[in-house]
Ligand binder design. Structure first.
Ligand SMILES: *Cc1c(COP(=O)(O)O)cnc(C)c1O
Length: 331
């Protein structure tokens, strides 16, 4: 299904699929399993690495020498892109957007920002509300005028090419479940720029699986998020020659766990972070996986998964951002 697309090898695959017995017991609901995409291996790992195998595969096939991308200041996508660019010998130009007013010193300097700098990415600050797509295009023009060959990767690598990484992840997960004799009743993931959920939805349907997939939103309202995921799923299905396999109803998001906004801590996130740390010795992140697990925990407690035996939580990574939240997390 994906063999015809150019791809570079960046990730440690397959990522483990592991039980979380102590978390499951603490919640008293179905058995919870974790798909360890925090262990993709590139510069502390995370979900963007799978997408970048295809985005950067396309860039290399086009003969690019400079990658242009963008994200919030503490973007995990930017960090993984900066590392991958080093591995492939490409320059990396980054537009960083400050997502909220009055960020702390660690937010602006530590965590992913420190790692971006270690990888030598050229960071440019942009105020919130910048037209980032236009800004990336104009930077691409400048690179071309200077004789370079730019390749623009959108925020989160969330276009159809990047989403192929999560089509592949769905295939990988279904194969692992079969090998382990595990019947999965629900798959839960954080959803932001949409490529992860869109790719998973396409991969599941392409494999004729009806496994329900729930995205826990971290930024946009529910209708907006679901429409964004659905539109990208349609484009991704078309790219692999399977137009129409994803229905609008296949795309389900719950956006009740965002709190005051993208990147702003919530009590539930902090609680989920401590719960997974202390029950299982695992790290989440404050922006995505922490809020996603907060949703899973709350929905489990409310009985939303009653009757289910096994739930898989996709861990999308991001723990490098913990250090940027030094002064905002309760331990
Ligand atoms: C980017 C990111 C997500 C969201 O994935 P999308 O494909 O953008 O929806 C989730 N978790 C982490 C840690 C991320 O960096």
């Amino acid at each position: 299904m994906l063999e015809t697309f150019p791809r570079v090898q960046l990730a440690h695959l397959p990522t483990p699929l592991e039980p979380l017995p102590r978390l499951s017991a603490a919640l008293g609901g179905p058995d919870i399993w974790i798909k360890r995409d925090d262990c993709t291996g590139l510069a502390t790992g995370g979900n963007k690495t799978r997408k970048l195998e295809f985005s950067l595969g396309a860039a290399m096939a086009e003969g690019a020498d400079t990658i242009i991308t963008a994200g919030a200041v503490q973007s995990n996508h930017v960090r993984q892109t900066a590392a991958a660019a080093c591995k492939l010998g490409l320059a990396c130009e980054v537009l960083l957007e400050q997502p909220f007013a009055e960020p702390s010193e660690p937010y602006m300097q530590s965590g992913n920002v420190l790692l971006d700098k270690l990888f030598g990415a050229n960071l440019r600050a942009h105020p919130a509300g910048t037209d980032i797509v236009a800004a990336m295009e104009s930077l691409a023009d400048q690179v071309r005028q200077a004789g370079g060959q730019p390749y623009v990767i959108p925020v989160g690598a969330s276009n159809a090419t990047g989403a192929l990484g999560y089509v592949d992840c769905a295939v990988e997960l279904l194969g692992q479940a079969e090998d382990q004799g595990l019947v999965i009743d629900h798959l839960v993931t954080a959803t932001g720029s949409a490529g992860t959920q869109a790719g998973l939805a396409v991969g599941l349907r392409a494999m004729r699986s009806q496994l329900p997939l729930l995205g826990i939103g971290v930024s946009a309202a529910r209708d907006v998020q679901q429409q964004k995921v659905y539109a990208l799923a349609c484009e991704t299905a078309e790219l692999i020659g399977q137009s129409g396999i994803v229905a609008r109803d296949d795309i389900v998001a719950n956006c009740d766990y965002i709190g005051d906004g993208y990147g702003l801590p919530t009590t539930g996130m902090n609680e989920a972070l401590l719960l997974l740390a202390r029950q299982e010795g695992l790290l989440l992140d404050p922006v995505y996986s922490g809020k996603a697990l907060a949703g899973l925990v709350d929905l489990t407690r409310k009985g939303a998964f009653d009757g289910a035996r096994n739930i898989v939580f996709l861990h999308t990574g991001g723990s490098a951002a913990l250090f940027a939240y030094l002064d905002q997390l309760h331990t």
